[in-house]
Design a protein around this ligand. Sequence first.
Ligand code: SAH
Length: 349
Amino acid sequence: MSFTSNIYNYTLEELEDIVVRGGLKKFRATQVFEWLYRHGVDDFEMMNNIGKESKKYFKDNFACNILKIEKEQISIDGTRKYLFELYDGRFVETVLMKHDYGYSVCVSSQVGCNMGCSFCASGMNKKERNLEVGEMVLQVKTINDILKREGEERVSHVVIMGIGEPFDNYDNVIKFIKIINFSKGLEIGSRHITLSTCGLVPKIKEFAFFPLQVNLAISLHFPNNELRDKYMPINKAYKIEELIEALKFYFDITNRRITFEYILLDGINDTKECAYQLIDLVKDMNCYINLIPMNEANKIFRRSSEENTKIFYETLIKHSLNVTRRKEQGHDIDAACGQLRIKRMEKNI
Ligand code: SAH
């Protein structure tokens, strides 16, 4: 028995190296890549421009198509949520959203999460393991193939905002981005890819040197150390001042405008005082603020009232910040991160 590994773990260059070492012609790697990503064919036997010997080589050494759809839920607004089963029986969630600018897929990067943010459903279960590169690639590819079969447009945007902290799985996430961006792969434009982090400062600095022009979003959520310490444990390791300094460094190197995500929690961070602290914190930065309605996945927090949300929003606007309010999608199918997986684990579905 030879060792088989998920073919979606590899960039084209890596695959070329492997097949050449296995005695095959280099171009076989490109052919297989095109079958997988362009034609949505994931059975080596059906790749009919590849000789018998080469097919055997691929079959002996690689596996494909190892994400099983355990459950699909479709919201009245068209948002879909997938619960995928991984090869080891673990589960991961992926969400497909339809926008006026196209389809976007929200990808998970880990099974569980260790960041422990108290308002987040994903963090209610500790990290069990990192997702492999191919497991992230397959979340996008599987959904892209489904859309293709339905005659729909392809996936045009990817956000790494599902379960997990992408910067806690840095190397795999970087390779995943390269593969989905690659022209012979899924060809997701780098400016259409967004990575969201709760603020792992050293990785933000490292990411500044990543050559692709990917968008960076920061889960800020609180404008001072006192609140952030209380609800986001990562702030104990990296204080707000360090985070802001790292983001300024990132901007100096990349010239790319970052987005701050801010969930409005009733009575906690939606006060006028918090709005002014937030303004002070970011006023000399080139950034967007995205105000997010709390998904009441956990009962400790409540979402901010419409009135307070409006006041908060208008206060920021008055101080010339670039602010958007995120529209909620897929509310009826618990599309916010982590919820479906938790239900599956509780055997409710
Ligand atoms: N670990 C990364 C990415 C996953 S979380 C990060 O922290 O950014 C993706 C986004 O969903 C983050 O902005 C996160 O703060 C937000 N989120 C978590 N729980 C939420 C909830 N209950 N309601 C709304 N947004 C939530």
